[in-house]
Write a protein that binds this ligand. Structure first.
Ligand code: GDP
Length: 455
């Protein structure tokens, strides 16, 4: 029915181990052409899912590596098809030659994400799980990885399936009423349906609400560092980054692009917006230009406001404070705690929730700052795989939510069953898109084309 695909599944650099992967009906035949087991048995007679030592052969039959081979007979494999992996020494030339031998044995090069796409098409994974595979591979923090692996395990899929099943059950009852107009929906049944819709709405609202957190988790929290010149922004940034970067000298007349840096603080991925002015040892409000700081603050979810604790507040500080106040999450770092205090921390604490004393110079208070950032963006249950992480998912969940809300409204005001049914069907279709039960082929192709080859 389908052909047999093969790919190098590991990066193309010399490494300890490199893996060739294949999937499809001719897996055993291809293995027998390129792999000679020490125990002398052909692939089909090897113990399933067990490592077997042997030799990798090139297309002329010459031995090119000593490898381990593992065969996953269908359907108990990642793709649901006959699958195998050859664990070679991680030499790009060995892997290339081995891959060419597999092609000579009838395999073809796998496209990006084709293994996972086959897993999806064979029902081994739903679309949410398949997308979490890409999230897992791209994860930059342990939290991202945790959310992705819980999603892969089905945390999100189970919620979606529960909503789907509830609505499906309801739709079936409505069809019965439409088919047999003499039957009416009893009050009790109506109550139950309203209850199903209410629960579906709650679940979907939670999913949609989780998206903004999922996005922060996946892309990083857009963060702006604000403060007057010499408050210690670049020092604090360096302390957070954990290393000193050479300060970039500005060549007159060069326009600088927005500079972004990613840094993980307290397990939270921060995306520092426009650190150009800060990096030059200038100040965010002046050097970057007020407009530019304002633009950066507008995009930010977190503002780190740096104040010089060894000096009293000035008008410049107030300008930075005003800007910082426009950002949803604000942490005030009163820097230079190693110097005598001139700034009234008590008065600041009356104005802001999160006021911390730090010293970029000595590192004092940086752990408290780290904790404060982690507390603003808690992992907790939120990363139990329950967070939608991409726009496609959020869009489908939003459409399901509106349709469920419409259905609930229609049922409440006693609309005819066919009206409620239409909304119900719309919600089911959107949920079907979310988990891939009903999704257009071209969309599936687009989703998997973003994966890496070999996945
Ligand atoms: P920015 O203009 O806000 O980026 O400030 P900088 O990070 O360039 O720091 C301005 C000056 O304050 C530099 O001379 C730093 O060495 C000094 N500085 C920064 N943080 C501290 C600190 O915690 N303690 C002390 N004593 N000096 C600091």
């Amino acid at each position: 029915m389908s052909d047999t695909i093969a790919a190098i599944a590991t990066p193309g650099q010399p490494s300890a181990i490199g893996i060739l992967r294949l999937s499809g009906p001719d897996t055993c035949a291809a293995l027998d052409a390129v792999f000679r087991a020490k125990n002398g048995r052909p692939a089909a007679q090897q113990r399933p899912r067990a490592m077997v030592l042997g030799e990798l052969l090139d297309e002329t039959g010459q031995v090119i590596d000593s490898v381990l081979c593992v065969h996953f007979p269908a359907p108990h494999s990642y793709t649901g098809e006959d699958c195998a992996e050859l664990h070679c020494h991680g030499s790009p030339i060995v892997l290339d030659t081995g891959l060419r031998a597999l092609f000579a044995a009838g395999c073809r090069q796998a496209g990006p994400g084709e293994f996972t796409k086959r897993a999806f098409l064979n029902g081994q994974l739903d679309l949410l799980q398949a997308e979490s595979v890409a999230d897992l591979i791209d994860a930059e923090t342990a939290r991202q990885a945790h959310n992705a692996v819980c999603q892969l395990d089905g945390a999100l899929s189970r919620t979606v399936a529960r909503i789907y099943d509830g609505l499906m059950d309801m739709a079936a009852r409505f069809y019965a009423v439409v088919d047999y107009p003499d039957e009416d929906i009893e009050d009790l049944q109506r109550e139950q349906m309203l209850d199903t819709l209410r629960r579906a709405q709650n679940d979907l609202e939670a999913l949609v609400a989780g998206f903004s957190r999922g996005r922060l988790l996946k892309l990083g929290v857009p963060t702006v560092l604000l403060g007057k010149p010499n408050a210690g922004k670049s020092s604090l940034l360096n302390a957070l980054l954990g290393y000193d970067r050479a300060i970039v000298t500005d060549i007159a007349g060069t326009t600088r692009d927005t500079v972004e840096e990613k840094v993980t603080v307290g397990g939270v991925l921060l995306r520092l917006i426009d650190t150009a002015g800060i990096r030059d040892g200038g100040d965010a409000v002046e050097t970057m230009g007020v407009e530019r700081s304002r633009a950066a603050a507008k995009q930010a979810s977190l503002a780190l406001l740096v104040l010089d604790g060894s000096r009293a507040l000035t008008a410049e500080d107030e300008a930075a404070i005003a800007l910082a106040n426009t950002v949803p999450h604000l942490i005030v770092a009163v820097n230079k705690s190693d110097l005598p205090r001139a700034l009234d921390i008590g008065a600041l604490a009356d104005r802001f929730d999160n006021v911390l004393s730090v010293s970029a110079a000595t590192g004092a208070g940086l752990d408290t700052l780290t904790d404060a950032i982690a507390a603003q963006f808690p992992a907790g249950e939120s990363t139990g795989g329950a967070l939608l992480t991409n726009a496609r998912q959020a869009d489908a969940a939003n459409r399901a939510l509106s349709a469920v809300a419409e259905a609930r409204g229609a049922l409440r005001i006693g609309m005819t069953p066919d009206v409620v049914l239409t909304d119900c069907e719309a919600a089911l279709a959107a949920l079907g898109e979310l988990n891939g039960k009903q999704v257009r082929d071209d969309l599936v192709d687009t989703i998997f084309s973003r994966f890496c080859v070999g996945k």
